[in-house]
Design a binder for this molecule. Sequence first.
Ligand code: F6P
Length: 339
Amino acid sequence: MTTEAANTDKIIKRIAVLTSGGDAPGMNAAVRSVVRTAITEGIEVFGVDRGYKGLINKDFHKMTMNSVSDIINSGGTVLFTARSKEFETEEGMQKAIENMRELGIEALVVIGGDGSYRGANDLVKRGFPCVCLPGTIDNDISSTDYTIGFDTALNTAIDMIDRIRDSAQSHDRCFVVEVMGRRAGYLALRTAIGAGATDVLVPERIENIEASIESVCEKIRDGVAIGKNHFIIIVAEGVSKMYEGGADRIAKVIESKTGVETRADILGYSQRGGRPTGQDRVNATRMGYYAAKLLSNGVVNRVVSMDNDVVIDIDIEKAIQAKKPFEADLFDMVKQVSV
Ligand code: F6P
């Protein structure tokens, strides 16, 4: 635990926990760990259904050691999740705080992505203590190496592309596969490595989209020249969004420029579901445990993060302002290793 952490002057006796933003496999393991650790530390825990929306609608329910049984292995979130426009208003935030105070809740644990972190920081700025855990398949939170759900989504995407490869091989085709990640390319990049893709397009490395597509085509032509007849190209969702017509149009352009029959496949929401991997279960449990221990020590307004496999905590404001570096070394590696 870092020393500069803000300390509440009283012992925290009652907390609430919510999940927010896109669901991510491992969120349940994190909820389980927060609830069980907090209860054994003598803290009462309330679950909030549907994220910040639930704070406004008073969707609170008391959690017990048993209420989180048999959830470690399931994807999604038993606390449900939502994206709340109302919470973004001053009135919505004040209502959320009022409802928590009415129930005697002294701190809130938020499990979610960067939007959820900003929501928690808004509460902190209005005097309500929070601790955040990174839960998103995008792995785009700057303060942490790892986010809960990323490993499962990565494995799911790779598994689906292995299947697509069978079809690409059988038909002598190229597939343009769109991978999630909102504006970030972390999931797409690692998927490209794990699936052995020919090339990858990520938003962090696009200056001129037409030029980037031409460079993919060049790679395909080079492959054809050495006898390759099927190709997998990974396109991050963020790139699809910056190109009108998205992955479908990219596929058409590649086909017309290379002469290789090309199809698009958008992996979509199936990437977000399913049983969490061992890594997501273990790390979610470690981070949930750490968050509850922070609260038990009266430490608030922190985000729990992973730094080289060590769980740490960082000031929420600093965490939000930090910029996550792009994994340029991995990008260069894909370019060199893939044909
Ligand atoms: O943040 C997780 C994520 O799945 C992104 O990869 C994607 O862009 C977004 O959520 C989709 O959001 P929604 O569930 O609101 O459609």
